[in-house]
Design a protein around this ligand. Structure first.
Ligand code: DGT
Ligand code: CA
Ligand code: CA
Ligand code: ZN
Length: 573
């Protein structure tokens, strides 16, 4: 059984192979769209029949056949055949920033580069700059891209890890097991997860360890004892399971949730108050060994005994949360149910998978009070960006659709390209006719830092710009993003009333928590976006909320908590 994320990965790998092979772009795109749809689909695709699959958009008969094959074998015949035909290692190369299939093919032909390792070596040796069309600047950026790609391969995106964990928990809870819950970085919502930590409270004799190590998802058992086991899953991530007594559930959860930094500070505080804290409970230091803990069953109890407010897992990073909890001044973090709408999504008019109406229907189904639906603008040719005329035709179309969705106010947003000089892809007159103007950088990433700063400052200073989308342009584990002076941009955004986006796409999560917190402290508003490229990706709001919580944000900081009326007021600021 392959997860949807695994299916999407495989389809995307096929798209990359086809591109390397110089296949018809429409074929490449069909795989990319199918992958995009698969990864956001809310149910397990592996459990659907061939007929059910073909009834879904983006899956023709052959795509459906591939998916059933992936579900059983983790791969499919056509993919394996093409892979055999191409030099090995080339696919891996395509993941390096600035190295598309075309350049990868050139590097392979001229320098025999067929792995990230070899790419790094060739760049270090200064061989790449000598190739026609490459040069020293590109060589340097390929070197750092190779480094990023190598670092990334050992950690998994939070979203993917959380789906895998949920799947494992549901399989294990099918039988009679005590409450299973995630701990570690997964519970804290860290952007990537090194390994999945699961805790099971209850009796160890439930056979939970045996059932865990016997799961079909397990590729290899690293170690297994009476109360804990570590396995490597087929998806390539390690998963640790610990069985703990009900009476120390809170203490164990606290200990294994971490972070290490938080735990260290908490234990110091405990000691200073005459306690010692470990994974079994909170004990009075003066009591002799084997005495009963003063707290241990619930995390809340332990924090309370230490004179602290309960600290949500997302804040447990040693970033001042313990001091704040001691002063009773922790933020009242926003939750997913506080979110009333989304600002930024795409339709099949540009590079999304679904039509305007389908996106509107999905927004209504998400229960949102409002949704701004948009697309890319014209200068982003690769994404089939829209002219202003077409953008406004979309606004009129939303107006016609509105009566069908009485509970969700439909707004027209556009993700307007910020051009090289900081001007925008639409004129001020055109921008002012949109309901929401979301601006972002998609080109000329490698300009000098001061120029990039000026470019973005100019864009957010345009009174028609509402939101700066994915402000740094980074992709987790794939590219570092462009460099500019964040502080100057935050200051300009705050001064001009533009909001900064937290993008919910699992590989973006940009702004990151530290930057988002800083932006808020400097007086800027924060906007959460799904940047949905298919109707199923509205689920990514959950990811954006987690980042916002890790940024210590409250309802008042986040525009998505506005009612229609409040939003209108802000848009007319
Ligand atoms: P990861 O897996 O790299 O994404 O990050 P974590 O935080 O999940 O780290 P992991 O899996 O090594 O350990 C899970 C938690 O267990 C960690 O957050 C805190 C706790 N822990 C593990 N080792 C130690 C340790 O040596 N000292 C302390 N105080 N806590 C530890
Ligand atoms: Ca972990
Ligand atoms: Ca672990
Ligand atoms: Zn974008």
């Amino acid at each position: 059984m392959a997860t949807n994320a695994a299916i999407a990965d495989r389809l995307r790998a096929m798209a990359a192979l086809l591109e390397l092979d110089g296949a018809n772009p429409f074929r490449v795109r069909a795989y990319e769209k199918a992958a995009q749809f698969a990864e956001g689909y809310p149910e397990e695709l592996s459990s659907l029949s061939r007929e059910q699959l073909t009834a879904l958009p983006h899956f023709g008969p052959s795509m459906a056949a591939h998916i059933t094959e992936i579900a059983q074998k983790d791969t499919f015949g056509e993919y394996e055949a093409l892979k055999k035909k191409l030099p090995p290692g080339l696919v891996e190369l395509v993941r390096v920033q600035n190295l598309g299939p075309k350049r990868a093919r050139l590097l392979h032909k001229n320098l025999g580069i067929d792995s990230v390792e070899k790419l790094k070596a060739a760049a270090l040796a200064g061989k790449i700059r000598e190739l026609k069309g490459f040069g020293e600047k590109l060589e340097t950026s390929l070197l750092s891209g190779a480094q990023t790609a190598q670092n990334a391969s050992t950690r998994m995106l939070w979203w993917e890890a959380s789906l895998i964990a949920r799947d494992i928990i549901s399989k294990l809870e099918g039988a009679r097991a005590g409450g299973l819950e995630p701990a570690g970085s997964l519970r804290r919502g860290r952007e990537t997860v090194g390994d999945i930590d699961l805790l099971c409270s209850g009796a160890a004799d439930g056979g939970i360890i045996e059932r865990f190590t016997a799961l079909p998802d397990v590729a290899r058992i690293i170690g297994a004892g009476k109360t804990k086991a570590s396995v490597l899953l087929n998806s390539g991530i390690q998963c640790d399971l610990r069985v703990i007594p009900e009476s120390s559930r809170g203490a164990a959860l606290l200990y294994f949730t971490g972070s290490k930094e938080h735990n260290v500070l908490l234990r110091e505080l405990a000691l200073s108050k005459g306690y010692s804290l470990n994974e079994y409970g909170l004990f009075r230091t003066q009591d002799k060994e084997h005495s009963k803990p003063v707290a241990g069953r619930a995390e809340e109890e332990i924090y309370a005994k230490l004179g602290l407010q309960y600290i949500p897992p997302e804040l447990r990073e040693g970033g001042g949360e313990i001091d704040a909890a001691a002063k009773n001044s922790l933020p009242d973090l926003l939750t997913e149910s506080d979110v009333r709408g989304d600002f930024h999504s795409h339709t099949s008019e540009s590079d999304g998978a679904d039509s305007l109406e389908e996106m509107a229907r999905a927004a209504a189904a998400a229960g949102w009070e409002w949704a701004a639906i948009g697309d890319h603008t014209k200068s982003l040719g690769v994404a089939h960006g829209l002219t202003a005329d077409r953008a406004l035709a979309g606004k009129a179309a939303l107006g016609r659709l509105q009566p069908k969705f009485p509970h969700t106010r439909l707004l027209r947003s556009m993700e307007v390209d910020i051009l090289k000089d900081g001007s925008l892809d639409f004129t001020d007159e055109e921008l002012s006719q949109l309901d929401v103007a979301v601006a972002s950088v998609h080109s000329a990433f490698r300009m000098p830092q001061s120029d990039m700063t000026q470019r973005i400052v100019k864009a957010v200073s345009n009174p028609n710009v509402d939101i700066l989308a994915h402000p740094t342009g980074g992709l987790i584990g794939r590219r570092a993003g462009y460099t500019f002076d964040l502080e100057k941009v935050f200051a300009a955004a705050a001064a001009n009333g533009a909001a900064l986006e937290i993008n919910g796409q699992p590989e973006r999560q940009d702004l990151n928590p530290v930057s988002a917190r800083r932006a808020r402290d400097m007086g800027a508003k924060i906007a959460l976006s799904t940047d949905a490229h298919s109707r199923t990706q509205y689920r990514y709001m959950k990811q954006a909320v987690i980042v916002a919580r890790r940024a210590w944000l409250e309802k008042k900081d986040v525009l998505n908590c506005c009612s229609c009326k409040e939003l209108e007021k802000w848009l007319n600021r």
